[in-house]
Design a protein around this ligand. Structure first.
Ligand SMILES: [Ca+2]
Ligand SMILES: [Ca+2]
Length: 495
């Protein structure tokens, strides 16, 4: 995106409500949240839960003014280790703070509930607690690599129960588009090359549907002689996330720290009826061998989740890492949201489907307040219906497994245009575009040729001398949420 458009955004954000903190995510204006901010709809009277693995360094964010003081938030840790949390790799994580900052940018008037968990059991407990508190919107930007990934697992059921109790559960689709592989393998194995950064942890998760089959994933390292040496092979067990009796199998490795040597993955099926094996990698990508299709883990697979993929706030293309639904299915994802944003000056470029999810949760909070103010129903189904109906369609027409219904947006009204055209041989066109959101640009064309594109709402252009006969002047104004208003005037010059 050109710097001038970034300037348009910065100008719009400069008038954002002071409660939003020092820096406001560009994703807010990208979704057209300013259309509601300008009407004073900031999420007041609403609560949004940020459910995450950890909220380390929370006080730094508060000190920077990017989050409200602790006493103004609800804080609850289901992880006995506390709010700072731990990742799969045993590290404290600030991930939840980044998500809370984004939701707070979009809905600064909303009460925040920061909820930490570590294990799947704590996740289920936290989901039930959020529902019991009557919290209407939850932002959960995390996934479990625990099969099945078809909406029937325990984590998905916990989400469905919360949704049935009145929670709009906004969940990340996951960042596994380049870290998923699916296919068949023989006992000799399928080799998947990986290029981990030295020091990064390797952790793999393989699954298949039939307990009568045996399969494994192995991590191999090349020694200086060129020989591949197996460092670890997974052990298989019935998936703890699977419903009782389903028999879905799970074979995971434990974390290994990569070094500068070449590494690779080998997937084998050693016994039983031929299976479609599904492999997720926590960190290292599979390069050209990756299969993006069907790369949404759980609980983004839950019917009760509003599942969100990622598009950079500056564009319309799906991020290559954004997990995709199964080809031919329109079930997931439900939407995409803006990502690669900065909400805290110390954390430039927060990316992933995580950030997109926190934006959509914030948007849902604003819409809920606006709906309730108008006496409209605001149950999860109502919010979901509004968000999907007003989304900016991207990709194939209709819902698709890449973008779902498209980019979530709050502003779904096209700019209104006022056009005046003066007399004379070279006529002066004066245009004023008005919008509740922010104007991205105004374009003036004549006879199919662009004369002027400006990144402001008011513009005057002197037309070239008209050609004999009819001349078509088209004015188009696009807002940041992608709504386009157009006006066409036909000017005649005698032959
Ligand atoms: Ca912020
Ligand atoms: Ca608009």
């Amino acid at each position: 995106m050109r710097a001038t458009t970034a300037a348009v955004i910065l100008a719009a954000l400069a008038s954002a409500p002071a409660a939003q903190g020092a820096l406001v995510s560009q994703g807010g204006v990208r979704m057209g949240a300013d259309a509601l901010w300008s009407r004073g709809v900031l999420g007041s009277g609403q609560t949004v839960a940020i459910l995450d693995e950890g909220f380390a360094a929370l006080d730094r964010s508060i000190a920077l003014g990017e989050l409200p003081p602790r006493e103004a938030m609800t804080i609850r840790a289901f992880d006995p280790g506390g709010l700072d949390g731990t990742t799969e790799f045993g590290q404290p994580t600030q991930h939840g703070v980044r998500m809370a900052e984004i939701a707070h940018d979009i809905a600064p008037g909303a009460h925040l509930a920061l909820v930490a968990y570590r294990t799947p059991a704590q996740f289920e407990e936290a989901a039930a607690w959020i529902a019991a508190q009557g919290i209407p919107v939850v932002s959960h930007s995390n996934s479990f690599l625990a099969p099945p990934y078809d909406g029937t697992g325990r984590a998905a059921q916990a989400v469905d129960r919360a949704a049935a109790a009145g929670v709009l559960w906004v969940n990340s689709a996951g960042n596994y588009g380049q870290r998923h592989w699916r296919g068949a393998a023989s006992a000799d194995g399928v080799v998947l090359p990986i290029s981990p950064s030295p020091g990064s942890p390797l952790l793999l998760s393989l699954s298949w549907p039939d307990p009568a089959a045996a399969a494994s994933v192995a991590v191999e390292r090349q020694d200086p002689s060129g020989a591949w040496v197996e460092v670890q092979r997974s052990t298989a067990a019935p998936s703890a996330n699977a419903p009782a009796g389903s028999g879905v199998m799970h074979a995971a490795t434990t974390p290994i720290t990569a070094d500068a040597a070449p590494w690779r993955i080998v997937v084998r099926q050693s016994a039983g009826p031929a299976q479609t094996l599904s492999l997720f990698s926590y960190t290292a990508g599979f390069g050209a061998s990756a299969v993006a299709d069907g790369s949404i883990p759980t609980p983004g697979d839950a019917a009760g989740a509003l599942t969100v993929g990622a598009v950079k706030w500056t564009g319309t293309a799906l991020e290559p890492y954004s997990s995709r639904g199964a080809a031919g299915s329109t079930a997931k994802p439900d939407l995409v949201g803006p990502t690669y944003v900065t909400s805290n000056p110390e954390w430039p470029g927060t990316a992933g489907t995580s950030a997109a999810t926190a934006h959509v949760a914030g948007a849902a909070v604003l819409l809920r307040q606006a709906r309730l103010a108008r006496g409209l129903p605001a149950a999860p189904a109502d919010l979901r219906a509004q968000l999907t109906a007003t989304a900016l369609g991207l990709g194939a027409p209709g819902p698709d497994p890449l973008y779902g219904a498209g980019m979530a947006r709050i502003d779904s009204t096209a700019p209104a245009l006022s056009v005046r055209i003066g007399p004379g041989a070279r006529r002066l066109v004066r245009v004023q575009a008005a919008d509740e959101g922010t104007i991205r640009h105004v374009r003036i064309s004549m006879n199919g040729r662009a004369l002027r594109v400006v990144r402001r709402p008011v513009v005057g252009v002197r037309l070239p001398v008209l050609r004999p006969g009819l001349n078509r002047v088209t004015i188009a104004a696009e807002d940041m949420a992608g709504n386009i208003g157009t006006r066409t005037r036909v000017l005649r010059r005698a032959r």
